[in-house]
Structures are given as C-alpha cells and as structure tokens.
Design a binder for this molecule. Structure first.
Ligand code: XMP
Length: 520
C-alpha cells in the first residue's frame, strides 16, 4: 500500500459505505487533498507525516462481526484527529471501550439533532438554533460512551448523535454530514479539517489536472494507449487528458454500435478527428452488435454482451497498432459504486455498468481509468481546465450501452429507428426552449408496449414513448424536472405527429432512488 507522501491530506478509511466517495469529494471541494483506502488494506506503517486527519466511513457491517472486517486499531493511537461517521462512529466508540447495540428504532432519513454542548466540530453548525436536520441511515447505535467522551448533540433516538474526546481529538457523528440532505453538513467537515486537523488548503481543479497528467504518464510509461471514445463528456475528457499527457501515443477508437443517437457518429468524427486532430479510428460495428443482441431482452445480458463486444473490438484494433498495452476508459465514480466498491470494501451491487461489470474476466489490455474517483461535475470542471469546449463539456451523460438500455425488451432495427427520432425531437426541443442546460440528463425511451390511439379517423396501435428528464448533482440521486404544460403538449404532439410507430407519450416522474436514471 503506498500513499502519496508529498501532499498533506485527510485519509478516509472505507468500511464499504455508498457515501465514502462523497466524503472524499466534500473534502476536495473544501480545497484539501484526500485519499480513500480500504479498512482491509491500511496498516499502521502506511500512516506517514502527510496524514493530518483520518475519517472512518460508514458501512453495512455490525461492529460485533469482528471476522467480517479487519482494522489495525493501532492507527487510532497516533496523534492524528479522527472523525467517525455512522459505522465509523460506532467503531471509534467500541474500540475505546464504549458499547454499541441494535437500535430499538432503526433510523433512515431525516432526523433532528439537538445541541447539548459546545464543540469545535459544531462551530457555526447550529447557528442560533437549538437543533438541525440531519440524514441518518443506521440500525445500530452507540449505547455507552467510552471514558473521556462527551455528548455534543443528541437526536430523539440516538443519545450519542455527536460526541467528542477533546484531548484525543476523536469525534463521532451517527448521521452522514457528507450528504446534501444534512443541513450544514459541510460545515462539520470544514470544522474537522481546518479547526481540528489544522490543515491548509492545497487542492484545486488545476492541481487535480496536473496530478492526473503526472499519474497517467507514470502509469503508462512509453506504451501506446487506446481510448474508448464515445463523444460523451467522460470519454472526451479522458481522451483530452491522455492527449495532453502522451500526445500521439494515444489512439482513440470510436465504435458505432448502432445504438447511438441520431447523427452522433458524424458529429464525433467531425469534432475529434477534424477539429481536435486526434488519432481517431472509426469502427462501424452496427451489424455485429445487433446480431449478438438479437432476441435478448434481459437487461444484465444486454449490458454484458455490449461490454464484452466492445472490449473484443478494442483488442482487435489494438493488435493492429503495435505496442499497445493500455485501454483508457471514462469510468466515473457513480459507475463504480453501483457496480462494486472502489476500494474492495463491501457495498451492494445495483447494476453492471458496461465499462465496469461487463468486462471479460481475462483481458489482454490493462485498464486505465483516471476519472474513477470523480463525479460528473468534477469531470466537467476538469474538461474546462483541459480546454475542451463548453459544448462538449455540457453534453448530457449518455451510457455506454446506449439506446439498448432505453428500449426494454428485445432490440430491433425498427425500434432503434423510431427511438432515434423521438430522442432527436425531445433533445432539440429542450435546446430550442433553453432548457437543455437546466436539466442534468434527458432522453426518450421506447417501451415494449403498444396501445390504441386515433389519428384522423383511423385506429392506431403503436408504441409508447417515455420521456425522462432529471435534475441531479452527481447522478447518485435525482429528481424529475418539472416542465410547463405547454412544453409537454408541444413535445408530445411533435413526437406523435412526426414519428410513425408512436401514438402515445408519457413522462417519468420517479426520483432516484427508488428508480434509477436509466430504465435498465
Ligand atoms: P443509473 O441508471 O444507474 O445511471 O441511475 C446513473 C448514470 O450513469 C449512466 N449510466 C451509464 N454510464 N455505462 C456508462 O458509461 C453504463 O453502463 C451506464 N449505465 C448508466 C446513466 O446514464 C446516468 O447518467
């Protein structure tokens, strides 16, 4: 295990929480470098002078399942401030002689915490109020505080909602300050970093860019790299990052899967080959993809087939360019969290994103995924720092499996043709009405259901088109965008009147969770 020795940092020890990366991200937003390590891997000898504070993350475990998690508890004996969050708070108490037990009332969602004592951690957190709303997600709780700890705040169900041991600089919170639902959560983290760990600001988008370029050069050395370019924000930023780091040793491969949006292939070739003058290989694999996907309707199977074929095609082209050892991908953190935990800790799997879960077990190319610790908005900032145009940077996300996962059921040429048109009209309308940049992601989907309609004097029996438009900060949670009735009428009429094959339009009003952004 080797940690960067040069930059002063906050070390985040991951116990498998879905929110561990959010903690890292909040720390970086506050202008301080942070690194995440798995609780299984970190050892006392890894802690060097660059670590100015330690955060113990939440996680799905129970502190008494000793054999399910390993943690070198000597790490807590160092003179470094520690903040335990949720499960981290429970371990901190347990390892210092406190007790943890199953709560009578499991707490999930919003709760109020009431101020009991002053603390550096809660400086300006309560303001002039006695309580604040926080976001809880736990089934166990601390039932007895260790010696020398005091209560800073309590909730109705958790007496020890915020605790501290001022001398040791140990702090514990039962809720999640890293999620936006916790009012002033960022203030708690700010207080921990600046008032308690006394670390100075040392991190910006520019530092991040330079660090990533350095890391990429170190990782790939003199080898050539193939980049899976889709033209979306993530792969465009990856391509430009490698372009700056290794120049002409980068070969971008753009695969037309037949599941792209209308005119997308022409636009990508125009931008990257003609405008940005990158090495771009255009592969038309439309027929190959559609053949393999014939009659497949299971979402996971679709994802796996597409992911596997992608890699095969890359490997095929890699052989043609000699000395290629690496495949660069624009995998982001939300893709990873929902497929498997970044650090190998235990988080539950939601779905296989094609550039993660769909990869074959044995692969000849090594993966380089420089964006895998970043969220979408961080990637956008990085892209601007790398001089990519606003037009590329502000594109809505488009998933690797493309229209395949916006077409539940089997995939046919007819359905693809209809869906491409519907999506085109929807996105065009969003741009025409000045709504595109207010929405985080929008798309049309084609549902495998036909319904009856009437056009002119004739009965129609055609597909149902679903429109989805969401607002989000990072793709982890999302809400539906509220359109005006006039816009909905216009787009519904436009789609039904212009496209043969659709006679009804519905709008998806579910949030994430409980739904996901894509349909499959
Ligand atoms: P979900 O549907 O999981 O989507 O809520 C979250 C974000 O990830 C995108 N997405 C993908 N991106 N490969 C990708 O590169 C994939 O397999 C994939 N699946 C979903 C999705 O469009 C949304 O922005």
């Amino acid at each position: 295990m080797s940690l960067d020795q040069n930059l002063k940092k906050i070390l985040i020890i991951d116990f498998g929480s879905q929110f561990t990366q959010l903690i890292a991200r909040r720390v970086r937003e506050l202008g301080v470098f942070s690194e995440i390590v798995s609780h299984k891997k970190i050892k006392l000898k890894d802690i060097n002078h660059s670590i100015k504070g330690i955060v113990l993350s939440g996680g799905p475990l129970n502190v008494y399942q000793i054999n399910k998690y390993s943690f070198d508890k000597k790490i807590l004996q160092l003179d470094v401030p520690v903040l335990g969050i949720c499960f981290g708070h429970q371990i901190l108490s347990k390892l210092n002689g406190g007790r943890v037990k199953q709560s009578k009332h499991r707490e999930f969602g919003l709760a109020n915490v009431y101020k009991k004592n002053n603390s550096l951690l809660t400086n300006n957190f309560f303001g002039n109020k006695k309580s604040k709303q926080v976001w809880m997600s736990h089934a166990d709780q601390v039932s007895k505080l260790p010696k020398n700890f005091k209560i800073v705040a309590s909730s109705t169900n958790s007496k020890f909602a915020i605790v501290e041991n001022k001398i040791k600089k140990y702090y514990g919170v039962q809720f999640h300050p890293e999620v936006t639902h916790t009012e002033n959560g960022k203030k708690l983290l700010r207080n921990f970093i600046f008032l308690i760990c006394k670390i100075k600001r040392n991190w910006s988008s520019k530092d991040q860019k330079n660090q990533l370029i350095k890391d990429v050069r170190k990782q790939v050395g003199n080898s050539k790299v193939i980049c899976a370019l889709s033209g979306g924000v993530d792969s465009s930023v990856v391509a430009q990052l490698f372009n700056k780091a290794i120049g002409k040793k980068l070969y971008c491969i753009f695969v037309n899967t037949g599941l792209l949006r209308k005119n997308e292939e022409a636009q990508v070739v125009q931008t990257f080959k003609k405008r940005l003058k990158m090495n771009l290989i255009y592969v038309n694999a439309e027929k190959e993809f559609l053949k393999r996907l014939k009659n497949v309707s299971d979402p996971e199977k679709k994802r796996k087939i597409i992911g596997n074929l992608f890699i095969k095609i890359f490997e095929r082209y890699a052989k043609k360019i000699k000395n290629v050892k690496f495949l660069a991908q624009g995998t982001l953190y939300p893709d990873l969290i929902e497929s498997k935990s970044v650090t190998g800790s235990q988080t539950s799997k939601i779905k296989s994103h094609h550039n993660v879960g769909g990869l074959p077990k044995k692969m000849n190319l090594k993966l380089v995924e420089p964006l895998k610790f970043l969220f979408k908005d961080e990637v956008r900032k990085l892209g601007l720092e790398l001089n990519l145009s606003k037009e590329i940077i502000s594109r809505h996300p488009f998933p690797g499996p493309g229209l395949a996962i916006r077409m539940p059921g089997i995939i046919t040429n007819e359905k693809i043709k209809i869906l491409k048109e519907a999506d085109y009209y929807f996105i065009k309308a969003l741009r025409d009405y000045g709504l595109y940049n207010k929405i985080w992601q929008a798309y049309a989907a084609l549902l495998p259901v036909k319904t009856v309609g009437v056009m002119g004097d004739n009965r129609t029996y055609e597909y149902l088109c679903l429109l989805r438009a969401i607002t989000s900060e990072d793709g982890m949670t999302a809400d539906y965008f509220e359109f005006k009735k006039s816009f909905m009428q216009t787009i519904s009429n436009k789609i039904v009147n212009s496209i043969r094959g659709i006679n009804r339009v519905v709008y998806d009003v579910t949030s994430k969770p409980p739904s996901t952004i894509e349909l499959e």
